[in-house]
Design a protein around this ligand. Structure first.
Ligand SMILES: Nc1ncnc2c1ncn2[C@@H]1O[C@H](COP(=O)(O)OP(=O)(O)OP(=O)(O)O)[C@@H](O)[C@H]1O
Ligand SMILES: [Mg+2]
Length: 357
């Protein structure tokens, strides 16, 4: 899958644009505030139906306007799909896929696996386990068609159990959810555990290619004492759950521990090293996805040069270009550095100056 044509109207500072993309490598350069991140944000929005910068529609619609719209053509192996989204302050949202109105972006999200490599990537190390679970679940969503239903089922059951705990219902009304939660929760756990097992050797291989001068340990943690089955763990923790007012054990507490020796990676590595590690992990996800499904991933790489030396940027460019059938969108301040970095990679590429828009 690759995004071939892209129309933008009134998204951030981008008033009206029509861009024909290269199906391998697209480079955007321009000075601070020229709209590089906004352009990546627009691609992200078309595919995922949300922004990575703000939940507030007014922040995203161009100042003084009432709505924004995005339209793209997505090329698949043998056919082309169109996708459009319009969001208006006064008249809500409209999403169209292949010319038909649809309720959500889900179909387009499934079609176009996307990884954003930007300063948001640091959150994987610096914030709580939720982001790391989402990191694993991204892969499962794209690999296992039934994964989303399973995930939603676990979330719903957990929510019901937590409402019962929070509103101090009798104990039977709380434990009534344990059978379902342990059944689907275990299935979710098994998926995640297996995914991480498949992921780790690929991740280590990518990190080696990126010449990471540190040895990273990555371990999946279940969210309960796995010497016990999940149902017993829920039963044993009922007193704790009642006093906490929420369910304290289960797959909703699982995590991916990323460390250097015994020290969490965020405390052991420099900013540049963290960036290299995180981008390596995100690239590994695209490789695993391609291996398991033959789908290819779109990579949005914002501000590639920030915090990285040219040598590391070149290693990243080489690694990205070696991924089968991948399309990348990369931004930076100047044309010269980016051209230098990508000179020996990607057979085809297009370079766009944001200054002209
Ligand atoms: N809703 C909006 N309407 C119009 N302009 C906006 C809106 N939101 C942000 N902007 C402006 O859009 C411009 C582009 O922002 P963006 O973050 O895309 O720049 P950038 O090229 O990525 O800059 P940098 O190199 O500093 O990362 C900025 O000047 C910003 O103030
Ligand atoms: Mg930017």
């Amino acid at each position: 899958m690759s995004l071939t044509l892209f129309n933008i109207n009134n998204f951030r500072n981008l008033s009206q644009l029509e861009l024909n993309f290269d199906n391998q490598c697209n480079i955007f350069y321009g000075k601070n505030g020229s709209g590089k991140t906004s352009l990546l944000e627009a691609i992200y929005y078309l595919i995922l139906g949300r922004s990575f910068r703000s939940h507030l529609l007014r922040r995203i619609i161009k100042h003084g306007e009432n709505s924004f719209s995005l339209f793209g053509k997505i090329q698949q192996e043998n056919n082309q799909v169109t996708a459009g989204i319009t969001k208006s302050i006064t008249s809500g949202k409209q999403i169209k896929i292949a010319g038909k109105n649809v309720a959500s972006n889900l179909e387009i999200t499934r079609l176009s696996p996307l990884q954003l490599l930007s300063h948001n990537s640091y959150q994987l190390l610096s914030e709580g386990p939720k982001g790391r679970r989402q990191f694993i679940d991204w892969g499962l969503f794209h690999v296992e068609h039934s994964f989303l239903d399973l995930w939603r089922r676990v979330e719903r059951t957990l929510e019901q159990r937590n409402i019962a705990l929070r509103t101090k219902l009798p104990i039977d009304c709380i434990t009534a959810w344990d059978k379902e939660l342990s059944l689907f929760g275990l299935e979710l756990h098994n998926y995640r555990k297996q995914y991480v097992e498949n992921f780790l050797p690929i991740a280590q291989d990518v990190l080696q290619k990126l010449s990471c001068a540190f040895s990273v340990s990555i371990a999946y943690v279940a969210g309960w004492d796995t010497d016990l089955d999940l149902h017993s763990a829920l039963t044993n923790s009922i007193k704790n759950d009642i006093s906490a007012g929420y369910t304290t054990v289960g797959p909703q507490r699982s995590d991916l521990q990323i460390s250097i020796g015994k020290v969490p990676a965020k405390d052991a590595l420099s900013r540049g090293q963290q960036k290299l590690l995180l981008y390596g992990l995100q690239i590994a996800q695209g490789i695993l996805l391609n291996k398991l499904t033959d789908k290819k991933c779109i990579y949005l790489v914002d501000d590639l040069l920030a915090e990285l030396d040219i040598h590391k940027c070149k290693l990243l460019a080489t690694t990205l270009s070696s991924l089968p059938k991948t399309q990348i969108f990369v931004t930076g301040l100047t044309n010269k550095d980016l051209e230098d970095i990508f000179n020996d990679n990607f057979i085809s590429k297009k370079i766009f100056s944001l200054e002209n828009f």
